[in-house]
Every structure is written in C-alpha cells, then in structure tokens.
Design a protein around this ligand. Structure first.
Ligand code: SF4
Length: 411
C-alpha cells in the first residue's frame, strides 16, 4: 500500500481547481495570437510569438498539484520548501492562497510539524532534505518533474558503476544540488561545470595537458561545485556526463564532446568503459530553444522580449539565444516596462536588471516574444498589453476582453 504521507499523483481534484487555474494563468491575448498563427498586428507593432513557449508539462503538473493540495487541505498549514518554480507571479499567487515558504531565510524545517503539509518543488530537493522532511512525519506532496528524475536515474547509475558524474549546470541551482546529492547518496562523486571554459579545466586535467591546474588548485577552483573529498587525479578517471535539464542544449552537447575527446586522448580504447554520456536536457527546454531559433530565423525582428523569472535558467538561456538575432530584453513581467522609452531588464549574460532607454523603436516595429517554461500565458498576455499601452495602441479593439482578470479565491 502506498504511503498516504507521500503524494505524487494529486488528490483527484482537477475539476474543482480548473476555473481558478484558468483565471490565474490563462490569457485571451495569447489565445488570439495562437489563432492567428502566432502573429498579431496592432497598429504599427507586429508581435511574433514563438511556436513553443511558457508553461512546460513539469510546471503544469507542479502548479496543479499545489492548487489541489490547498483545496484538499483547507485547514492545514502548507509549506513550499522554496520557490515551486522560478516565476515570481506563480509563487506570489501561491502565497496569496495561504501557502508559506519554508526556505525564505535559508533551509530550515524548524517550524514543520507532523500536522503540516510540505510541497516539494518541480526541480526536486536533495536526498538529505527529503530525509529530514520524512523524519518530521508530515505529508509530503512531491511535484518533482519526471524529466528531473530521469537525470537522477542516470546519475545514480553512474555512481553504482563507479563513474564520477560531471554535471553541466549551475552548482547553486536547486535542481543541480538535488542531482548532485543523488550521486553522493549512492557512493559516487560529482563535479559541476557551468560552461565550456570550466569543462576545459577538467579536460586539461584528464589529458594531463601542459598548464592544467594542479590538483590542489583544481579542488579550490571547484570547492563549491564538487563532492567532498573530490580528487581530480582519481575521480576524473571514469566519468559520466549529465546536465541540468534547462541548460543551453548546444553547450551541453559541446561539453559532452569535449570530455569524450579528452578521455579518448587519455585512455584510448578504454574510453568505452571509462566514459558515458546522456543528453538530459528535457524535451520542453529543447522545444523552447528550437522555437526561439526558428523565430529568430524568420528574420526582420527589431527586438525580442523574453519573459520569465530572473533566476529561471531556461529563460536566461532563451534570452541569450534571442540576443544572437536582435536586441533581447529579459523581463519578469509587464511592470518592468516603464514606458515606450524605458525598460528594466536583465541583459543576456548579466546577473541583475538594468534600466535601459530607447528600447522600443518609434515607427513600425516587429517584436519577437517567447517565455520560459515557468511563465504563465497570463504574464505573456499582460506584457503584450503593456507594450500596446505604452505605444498608445488599442489592443481591446482587436482582442475583445483583453485585460487583467482579478484573482479568485480558492473556495
Ligand atoms: S523545464 Fe523540463 S525538467 Fe523543468 S519542470 Fe519543465 S519539463 Fe520538467
């Protein structure tokens, strides 16, 4: 019999939460764009929306589960371990529905009792955090995405087979921390590399290249991004490559190729038993990156607006891709657009937002649009509405009913 304190499949309340989800996340403007082949002309502004954008299957499921949990336990204290997904609107909405954040000031389960409910996010938690929560005896609602668990399976197998997991990801990202913990929990080691430059440092050590970092320097360089006791002389002799599901897929593939070449140069025919690789970019991330490329390749874009949380890895990568075609503005919502002249945005490759002037050219303009996997359609629609508003255009004449719906309560 399944443990009633560990829930992964919901509470059978989809029909009861449908209207609320529709109000919170749906957009008539986005529907209108879809009906018109992802293009919409409003006055002298043409919007072109990527074919794949916004909520992915993993986020859809996580949000559904969170709403079902609130509905199923109207009187219980419900916690989220941290952001359920990297989107400020969704997290704020959950707080409005009475869900509290456990990790607001760093990880602490001190307030959790056996009477409470804790929701685990789409990117999962570490094995140590899960053990700690299970020991509390509370109900756990696990929204970890199946694509993330697929990476965990790969990493566990690497550990069992004596391979170090070389993970292309950001070591501070919740998903990568959770993935790395799976290697540790199964007796393995890990090394997290953020980009090709960091992967090259590992490749130099593997090949014994002139100029490779000395072991002590290597350990210091990757102190926060490697397993305890990591020794590059030992733990880079057998390597399995995996990646955070939301990285730039071209970079993940390039890194896998670099490591394979380095292992082949070092070990020759033994590479077959010393090296393994699986592309663990999730299909939703891949589809959104492909759609961004296709949108850019249509040509004629004057600028691209990429919508999503500033800490959303897949959105950051979409903004970087977009920036190869036209000026790319990563914003987390409509309020970042101050006027037709001023916008707050996070430039591709930068950390943190800046205020930029002159972002929206006068006269006829073609605006490309996409959104990260954790961005609701509602936010995409509101950004389009805001652009029309600052340009003095009447979107309502083209899309009747455009406008922000008021949030409902979960009755
Ligand atoms: S981006 Fe991919 S891995 Fe992350 S929640 Fe969505 S489908 Fe799952």
């Amino acid at each position: 019999m399944s443990d009633p304190r560990y829930v992964q499949k919901g509470f059978g309340l989809k029909a009861q939460i449908r209207d609320l989800l529709q109000t919170d996340y749906h957009s008539r403007v986005v529907d209108a764009l879809r009906e018109r082949g992802h293009r919409l002309e409003v006055g002298d502004v043409e919007f072109r929306l990527a074919q794949e954008f916004g909520f992915c299957y993993g986020v859809d499921r996580a949000v559904d589960l969170a709403y079902e949990t609130r509905k199923h336990f109207p009187d219980k204290t419900i916690y989220l371990t941290n952001e359920i997904i990297h989107n400020p609107f969704v997290n704020k909405r959950l707080v409005e529905l009475g869900v509290r954040f456990l990790g607001a000031d760093g990880w602490s389960t001190a307030d959790v009792t056996a009477e409470d409910v804790v929701i685990l996010p789409a990117f999962g938690v570490t094995t140590a955090q899960l053990d700690e929560l299970k020991a509390k005896g509370c109900v756990l609602v696990d929204t970890t995405c199946g694509s993330v668990m697929n990476v965990w399976r790969r990493v566990r197998q690497y550990a069992k087979d004596g391979l170090t997991s070389l993970i292309h990801g950001k070591y501070a990202h919740e998903e990568t921390q959770a993935t790395a913990s799976q290697a540790l929990a199964h007796g393995g080691h890990y090394l997290v590399v953020r980009d090709e430059a960091e992967a090259q440092l590992a490749c130099d050590v593997i090949q014994g290249a002139a100029g490779a970092l000395a072991p002590e320097a290597f350990v210091e360089r990757f102190r926060r991004a490697s397993s305890p006791g990591f020794d590059p002389r030992v733990h880079l002799e057998r390597v399995g490559v995996a990646n955070q599901t939301t990285m730039l897929s071209t970079e993940s593939l390039a890194i896998a190729g670099m490591v394979e070449r380095a292992m082949t140069a070092r070990w020759g025919d033994e590479v077959g038993v010393r090296f393994r690789s699986f592309d663990t970019i999730c299909s939703a991330t891949q589809d959104r990156q492909d759609a961004m490329l296709a949108l850019g390749q249509t040509g004629g874009l004057d600028l691209i607006v990429v919508i999503g949380g500033y800490n959303s890895s897949n959105t950051i990568n979409l903004a970087a891709l977009g920036g190869t075609f036209a000026p790319s503005f990563h914003i987390d919502g409509p309020d970042e657009i101050r006027s037709a002249d001023e916008i707050h945005h996070q430039p591709p490759g930068a950390k943190g937002r800046v205020l930029q002037r002159g972002w929206l050219p006068a006269g006829r303009v073609v605006v490309g649009l996409t959104a990260g996997a954790s961005t609701p359609n509602r936010t995409v629609g509101e950004v389009i509405e805001r652009i029309c508003e600052v340009r003095g255009l009447d979107l309502g004449a083209i899309v009747p009913g455009a406008g922000r719906p008021l949030p409902l309560a979960l009755g």
